[in-house]
Design a protein around this ligand. Structure first.
Ligand code: PHB
Length: 391
């Protein structure tokens, strides 16, 4: 029986290979070029996404739409010129069908013209400046946008008696998005806001935190990119801001699950609004966290990992929809409007903007048993990127 099937299979294979090239094509792997900062100051983002991509392939299998997905991982060290060069090489030499990853906004922006020119879908798994999806019609995003996470924070702060806020953000796309979207909403509600911006490279928060200390606000709203939170929190405590009763608020990047245990007790009581917490209470998420930790001992999945996992799910779903056709136009068309139950909750790729529609959760950093977690206590459902929604 087995031998007969093998012979028949072999003959069928020969016949098809002789008559069409389609069969040979169907056997070829679909290459996904995954560009991440695996070294340098943002290596935690690379490590998280790489681990999640591997977990997706292990759990869901590599074959989708009849085609095997082969991931080619490249380290851009967080340097945009390197990202651009790697993207070019992946498209021209490796003939990748999809580009994915993008740990920081400048890295995603540097790649956008290549995606457009080559008609290759670019899946942004991490970077979160609102305008990124407008840089190429081939970009789809599975992370979040800073305005999407920051506007709900303004609503929460005002509703909870906070009147005067100082904002401290990293001085580039996502920080500026976080600051302006929060400040506009909070001022419209009636609050007052003072703002400072801190450099992206080698930030020293001390002089900025000194100004915050003198201003005596009710709350300090902070955005720093994933991985930098521990350094920020250390200086927050050194300046005595925790003891001065300044409440820490912001999007969830500063209390990122990857570094939360390292930050320690000082993070307790922070209120943040974000799309993912490892403590998200659902059976799917519990299974995800357990599988992630089993495959990566000592590591807790953060929102970057979930962006990577869902990015792979999006590529797999698109391949299933096109039945393995890797034409960039067909893949991106299949991605528009795709929706499913993620470990973060229900998500959907907005067919108009290719950005992600998702729940934003209000969370409090607190002890759960002996571990620090961002515990979700309120949900704002199906949030679109507000900047594009207003256009
Ligand atoms: C970005 O550069 O877009 C970025 C990086 C890290 C974050 C959020 C946004 O945590």
């Amino acid at each position: 029986m087995t031998a007969r099937r093998t012979i028949l299979g072999g003959m069928l294979g020969l016949a098809l290979a002789g008559s069409t090239s389609g069969f040979a094509l169907a056997q070829e792997a679909v290459k996904v070029g995954l560009i991440l900062p695996m070294t340098g100051p943002f290596a935690s983002t690379g490590r998280q996404i790489d681990a999640a991509v591997k977990l997706f392939l292990a759990k869901e299998g590599a074959v989708h739409g009849g085609r095997k997905i082969e991931v080619i991982l490249k380290d851009d060290t967080g340097n945009a010129d390197t990202t651009r060069r790697l993207a070019q090489e992946l498209v021209v030499n490796d003939k990748v069908a999809v580009l994915a990853g993008f740990g920081l906004t400048p890295l995603a922006m540097a790649t956008a013209p290549i995606a457009t020119q080559a008609k290759v879908p670019q899946i942004v798994m991490a970077a979160a400046t609102a305008s990124i999806t407008e840089a190429s019609p081939y970009i789809a995003r599975t992370s979040f946008t800073l305005p999407q996470a920051s506007e709900p924070m303004a609503d929460w702060a005002w509703a909870n008696g906070i009147k005067k806020v100082f904002t401290v953000v990293t001085d580039y796309g996502p920080g500026i998005d976080a600051e302006t979207s929060f400040a506009n909403k909070f001022k419209t509600a009636g609050g007052t806001v003072e703002s400072v911006r801190v450099p992206l490279r080698n930030p020293d928060f001390a002089p900025f935190l000194q100004r915050v200390s003198e201003a005596k606000p009710d709350a300090l709203f902070v955005f720093v990119p994933s991985g930098v939170g521990a350094q920020f929190m250390k200086q927050f405590v050194e300046r005595g801001l925790d003891k001065a009763g300044v409440k820490l608020i912001g999007p969830g990047d500063v209390v990122d699950d990857d570094i939360l245990e390292g930050i320690g007790e000082v993070a307790q009581g922070a209120i943040t609004t974000h799309h993912y917490s490892a403590a998200h209470d659902s059976p799917a998420n519990k299974a995800f966290v357990e599988a992630f930790q089993k495959a990566n001992p000592g590591m807790r999945p953060n929102f970057m990992a979930v962006g990577g996992y869902d990015g792979m799910a999006l590529i797999a779903k698109a391949l299933e929809a096109t039945k393995g056709d890797t034409s960039g136009d067909k893949l991106i068309a299949a991605m528009k409007g795709a929706g499913w139950e993620s470990v973060r909750g229900p998500i959907k790729i907005d067919p108009d903007t290719r950005d992600i529609i998702q729940n934003i959760y209000v969370r409090k950093t607190q002890k759960v048993g002996s571990e620090l977690h961002n515990v979700e206590f309120a949900t704002i459902k199906d949030v679109k990127d507000p900047v594009k929604a207003r256009k």
